[in-house]
Design a protein around this ligand. Structure first.
Ligand SMILES: *Cc1c(COP(=O)(O)O)cnc(C)c1O
Ligand SMILES: [Zn+2]
Length: 391
């Protein structure tokens, strides 16, 4: 493993989460393996245990992973990787089962995480499962109702922080630096990303290597993890080539897009990120170095989409494809449509849009915004008589 800031290298050590020398972001080396995926037994994330860096004597599991890859009935060669079917309704479960197992191995009793909501719900569930106490730092008045309800239901301790997610994360990192008694579950924890890379293995087993993968980007851990998964398959000689990774951000929360478009080597943070898609309302993505690495290495790109495009994509997915996702998840599909409409993607390309979380996470946005976005989609009637008159 090595530090992306000071570039020092370290022996693989599961207790390291940030660089012990400079506090920077740590990257785990590629896991090279010649095991054919078809020889692996079981299902879900832990099926790929031999391909994960680290040692997991206690494998905490709620049946995460093995999510459906749904073929579009409209766009040829487009597939949706629907992560909403994970135990707590988002892809976070893939990483959380591994990170919480790591906490158990290291002997921790409590965990801490800053979250826009889904990480909180996932950390709460997996901590409960592992017998750990979870402390959750949440931006005050800014978390979707479904996610709060999940965290409370699982018995986590909630701490509201002013100043949005970015300040919650700064507080969580500070707490970890000063008090090592709480195990951090945010995505700067490189062991968590090991679990998230299994999405690529599943896609590969289903359809081989796609040409493009579209991923909504907040802190940028997931797009990196998915890239790392495909990269390891290629380096191990199990696959040929990797997909072009496209990160999609909301227009007023898009520091990665700005950096990629302007070829910047340093990220300029967005101070007050704004978007209806609360899961990607992030202005200071902690994993930005990894995100840019994944995008540039794969010859991918970064695109921003407006809230209106996000909501329209959410409604289209639900009404045309039958797939229900939260707004942040629809960003990947909105980004795909944008590039498609601009003629930048070949019709024959094999594309995967990662749909990161379930619609039930954020019912308020659906009722207040999503279903009103397309007037021809208005669908409630005032009386039964109105309905009968139509037929
Ligand atoms: C966490 C999350 C994201 C962003 O993932 P990052 O790894 O932070 O880039 C996107 N969509 C949903 C639904 C999420 O929960
Ligand atoms: Zn360092």
């Amino acid at each position: 493993m090595h530090c992306l800031d000071c570039k020092r290298e370290f022996e693989l050590d599961q207790s390291l989460l940030l660089c012990p020398e400079c506090g920077g972001l740590l990257e785990l080396g590629f896991v090279i393996n010649n095991i054919q995926l078809t020889q692996l037994k079981g299902r879900g994330v832990w099926k790929y245990a031999p391909l994960l860096a680290g040692d997991y004597p206690f494998k905490v599991s709620l049946g995460e992973g093995s999510t459906p890859l749904i073929r579009s009935r409209v766009y040829p060669n487009l597939y949706y990787k629907f992560e909403g079917t994970n135990p707590t309704g988002s892809f976070k479960d893939r990483g959380m089962c591994v990170a919480v197992s790591s906490a158990l191995k290291l002997g921790y009793k409590s965990v801490i995480v800053a979250s826009t909501g889904n990480t909180a719900a996932s950390a709460a569930a997996y901590s409960a499962r592992a017998g750990l106490q979870a402390y959750l730092l949440l931006p005050a008045n800014n978390v979707a109702k479904g996610k709060i309800a999940q965290a409370l239901l699982h018995g986590a301790k909630l701490i509201e922080v002013s100043g949005g997610f970015d300040s919650a994360l700064e507080n969580a990192i500070q707490l970890y630096r000063n008090k090592r008694t709480l195990y951090p579950l945010n995505s700067y924890n490189p062991w968590r990303l090991e679990g998230q890379k299994t999405l690529s293995f599943e896609v590969f087993e289903d359809i081989g290597v796609p040409d493009y993968v579209f991923v909504p980007v907040g802190n940028g851990g997931n797009i990196y993890a998915i890239w790392k998964g495909f990269k390891e398959l290629a380096i191990s000689g199990l696959s040929c080539g990797i997909p072009r990774m496209f990160g999609v951000q909301a227009k007023d929360a898009s520091p990665i897009v700005r950096a990629i478009e302007n070829n910047l080597s340093e990220l300029r943070f967005v101070e007050s990120p704004q978007t209806i898609a609360s899961a990607i309302r992030i202005g200071k993505p902690v994993n930005w170095k990894k995100t840019i690495k994944a995008i540039t290495d794969s010859h991918g790109g970064a695109i921003s989409v407006s809230d209106e495009e996000i909501l329209k994509a959410q409604v289209e997915l639900a009404r045309v494809e039958g797939v229900e996702v939260e707004p942040a998840s629809a960003a990947s599909f909105a980004g795909y449509k944008k590039l498609m409409n601009e003629g930048k993607i070949d019709q024959n390309s094999k594309v995967v849009c990662v749909l990161t979380g379930h619609a039930l996470k954020d019912p308020e946005t659906i009722i207040q915004e999503s279903i009103k976005i397309e007037s021809q989609f208005a669908s409630t009637f005032n009386s039964l008589d109105e309905v009968f008159k139509m037929f």
